[in-house]
Design a protein around this ligand. Sequence first.
Ligand code: SF4
Length: 212
Amino acid sequence: MSDSQNHKTYTTIPGTQFGRLTAEDLKRLVTIADRYAPPLIKITGGQRLSFLGLAPEKLDALKKELNIPAKPPHSRNRLHNIQACPGSQWCKYGAGDSLAMGEALDKLVLDRPLPYKVKVGISGCRMCCCESWVRDVGLVAQKKGWCFIFGGNAGGRPRIGDVVAENLSDNEAVALIEKCLNLYTEKAAPKSRSARFMEKFGIDALKESILG
Ligand code: SF4
């Protein structure tokens, strides 16, 4: 591998769910950072921590040390890209508990594998720090409950997501997201992001299928 390719190697540190870190995590990371001396340590857009620019042999050793588990069965039936803001537990503006919602969505096991990557942004108020309008699954807490948005994307063909329902309790929001994602796994073509799926399927048909 060439030097330029070496500089693109990276690994993501597991265990920083929604960007949360304990003092123990930080101590362990400092020990690892000292030992492996990566050229760059960076917090990713997905609220994880990555070590970049390591030589491949160091990268392999690091992965072994981190003991990154093999993907569990049915891992494609689960959400892997959940971002959550501090929410009502920790932010004075919070109307909803984003972190608890993130934990609930992290436990969902869908009926079928997801067609493609699904990014989730959970914001505890309308300031929308987790950019929920441009995530596949977006949640924004309002005074009367959660607003659930589906089909947003911030990539090459950006799209503002569609509002599926508002004023949802925590349990209602989780149940509706599960229904919506199960429909998406059933109807969407392989490798179709939710934004492209929604352009074809339409918000009215989606509401008809999953509400009521
Ligand atoms: S979205 Fe609202 S509750 Fe969440 S961190 Fe931002 S300001 Fe706080």
